[in-house]
Design a protein around this ligand. Structure first.
Ligand SMILES: [Zn+2]
Length: 281
């Protein structure tokens, strides 16, 4: 999980830009009338996200209480699909700006190519938040699909939000080495002692939702296969030093590579000759 700065965009202005080219005038007037509600919902969202309390926004949910509301909500979600995400639309430059902040890397998995925007709270359930900048997170397609329309019912059920949750100050990603007869590597969340039970549950949910363990393990074979020849014949201490150096040289301590090399350096079995195994993660 990679934190990103909260976009410096005013929710009311963004909404105004998205609806600016709406025709006919009657449809535009209708959307304009909703501006205060959209701005208020965005302010509530930011406050709740900062407090890791997105589950408390139930009152902003789509209330299916008749045709009038259904039509209003369709118009609001349409602001995203037709007036922000669609190429050439009035808000498309904002969409591009939000996406660009990720520099191409999906902040949810830290691995995939970020070419979509994911709604932290789904627009189908929270139409008022359809174009709220703080609710729009760059994501790769796989993560976007994995999260789907999930709607947290409790504090523990919130996946991490890259604009509000930063867990990079602690090492929390760990790798486990299994020895023969089935040598392999798996990844898991090692909760930091300073974490609250809620944060621990959230990180574990994030890890499960985006299948990070599988994603990382899938790459181990290539990484270790290339290492076999390099380590072969080197003395024990030189191998440990090399592995420790690699673990430390990854700037982000919670990258799967850093976790992998920490585990390898700590395994006498691997250092002695385990590296000669066929590795497939
Ligand atoms: Zn991703």
């Amino acid at each position: 999980m990679k934190p990103l700065p909260l976009p410096a965009l005013d929710a009311r202005t963004v909404y105004g830009t998205c609806i600016s080219k709406t025709r006919p005038a009657k449809a535009k007037a209708r959307l304009t009338q909703l501006e205060d509600q959209v701005a208020a919902a965005a302010a509530e969202f930011e406050k709740a996200a900062e407090a890791a309390a997105l589950h408390t926004l139930g009152h902003l949910k789509d209330q299916p209480d008749g045709d009038k509301t259904a039509s209003r909500n369709k118009a609001l979600t349409g602001c995203y699909t037709s007036r922000m995400a669609r190429k050439g639309s009035a808000g498309r430059h904002i969409y591009n700006q939000l996406l660009k902040a990720a520099n191409g890397l999906c902040p949810l998995c830290g691995h995939g190519y970020a070419n979509t925007l994911d709604h932290q709270l789904p627009k189908s359930t929270y139409p008022l938040l359809a174009v709220t900048p703080a609710n729009l997170v760059p994501a790769c397609l796989t993560c976007n699909h994995a999260k789907g329309d999930s709607d947290p019912a409790s504090a523990q059920e919130q996946t991490l939000h890259p604009y509000f949750d930063d867990i990079t100050s602690h090492v929390w990603l760990a790798a486990r080495l299994t020895e023969p007869p089935e040598p392999g590597v798996s990844f898991y969340v090692a909760p930091h002692p300073d974490w609250t039970p809620t944060l621990t549950a959230r990180v574990q949910l994030h890890f499960r939702t985006f299948k990070l363990g599988k994603l990382y393990a899938a790459q181990v074979g290539t990484e270790l296969g290339a290492l076999n020849d390099y380590l072969q014949g080197k003395p024990y201490k030189a191998i440990v030093d090399e592995l420790q150096h690699r673990a430390a040289s990854y700037g982000t301590r919670n990258s799967w590579q850093a976790a992998l090399y920490r585990a390898l350096a700590a395994s006498p079995w691997y250092v002695k000759a385990g590296y000669l195994n066929e590795w497939d993660g």
